[in-house]
Design a protein around this ligand. Structure first.
Ligand SMILES: [Zn+2]
Length: 78
């Protein structure tokens, strides 16, 4: 499980069940297990702390803005 944080203010955004070792380019909605301090404005996922745009919400996934977040925790092996 990964904990995704805002790169600008370090606010916790969400917990994500990442499968596979690749980069976190997108987060599938059904694997987001918890939302912390995040706001949804139109189709954007924003940090609740500073308003930084973390990603763009699409039908089944959030396309992550690579410069906007950091993460810690473990990815799950396929
Ligand atoms: Zn922030």
């Amino acid at each position: 499980m990964l904990t995704i944080k805002c790169a600008r203010c370090k606010t916790k955004i969400m917990k994500y069940k990442k499968i596979g070792r690749g980069n976190v380019l997108r987060c599938y909605k059904d694997r987001i297990t918890r939302l912390y301090d995040a706001e949804i404005a139109d189709n954007l996922l924003q940090c609740g702390g500073c308003g930084n745009t973390i990603g763009e919400i699409e039908e089944k996934q959030v396309s992550m803005n690579q410069d906007a977040f950091t993460y810690s925790g473990h990815k799950i092996r396929k």
